[in-house]
Design a binder for this molecule. Structure first.
Ligand code: NAD
Length: 250
């Protein structure tokens, strides 16, 4: 594994010569937009008990669950904007360097930055889905003043269209992401601990299929030292700015 300041040129070279480059992002890329990760110091699970987004708890206690969901994912996350790392990925797509972004995030910041092909492995906070009739609406159309929100079509319980603990990964994001791991010859991991199943398996599958792994993280992850070829240590905004410079597209 390579790491340190001398390796930006090597990473840029791998990216320039890639046949198909895929980015795989986690909560770390949005930390500098003001959205905390789940784990680690400053993580959400130090402040909140994650039970409120367990699917069984949600159905048993929709009002209580929704009160925390609104506070964390709408009042608070809702104010976040894309940062320099999100914008770097959008720039790389616009220059034909990136095919796909696979994200574990639910914050819509890759799309807001300008990426057009984004597989949302854990769904999105932007939409709510009716648990009775399947009707799907933008969250701004729901009016979250009265909780729990009810479907305008059938009166059923609305749920955020992101994956709760105990739920399946949505299609087609699930199958497309694992297919992407077989197609790409370079994978760029940004801000992911590699501890959340089954998403964490995607980079391992890419490596098994011969992809080179470039990793951006403030600290070593489950991938570092196992499958990472080039480790660019630091905050996502700073590392991605240097990478864009090394690519000569800044
Ligand atoms: P995680 O919370 O398990 O790990 C975050 C990773 O980011 C860590 O490895 C950490 O070292 C790294 N990191 C922290 N700050 C960073 C920075 N400034 N620059 C680069 N790296 C940084 O995150 P995960 O692996 O994505 O898994 C948590 C799950 O929780 C995700 O799958 C996602 O569904 C969900 N989540 C989403 C959001 C969001 O949408 N923004 C926020 C929190 C959690």
């Amino acid at each position: 594994m390579h790491s340190g300041t001398d390796f930006y040129q090597q990473a840029a070279q791998a990216i320039r010569s890639a046949r198909r480059l895929t980015a795989f992002t986690g909560a770390g890329i949005s930390v500098e937009s003001g959205i905390p990760p789940f784990r680690g110091s400053g993580g959400l699970w130090n402040r909140y008990d994650p039970t409120f987004i367990e699917i069984d708890y949600f159905y048993r206690n929709p009002k209580k669950s929704w009160e925390l969901i609104r506070e964390i994912f709408y009042d608070f996350f809702g104010r976040a904007e894309p940062n320099a790392a999100h914008r770097a990925l959008a720039l790389m797509e616009s220059r034909g360097l990136i095919e796909v972004v696979i994200t574990q995030n639910i914050d819509n910041l890759h799309q807001e930055a300008g990426n057009t092909t984004v597989y949302e492995f854990h769904g999105s906070s932007q939409f709510l889905v009716c648990t009775a009739c399947g009707n799907r609406i933008h969250f701004t159309a729901a009016g979250l003043e009265v909780l729990p929100p009810a479907c305008g079509e059938c009166g059923g319980l609305l749920k955020p269209d992101f994956v709760f603990f105990g739920e399946q990964i949505p299609e087609p994001a699930n199958s497309r992401s694992f297919l992407e791991a077989q197609l790409a010859d370079v994978f760029l991991l940004i801000g992911t601990s590699g501890e959340v199943m089954p998403a964490c398996g995607i980079p391992f599958l890419a490596k098994e299929n011969g992809a080179a792994i470039i990793e951006v993280n403030t600290e070593p992850s489950s991938y570092t030292g196992r499958i990472t070829d080039i480790f660019l240590q630091g905050r996502a905004t700073e590392v991605m700015a240097r990478l864009v410079e090394a690519l000569g597209i800044g």
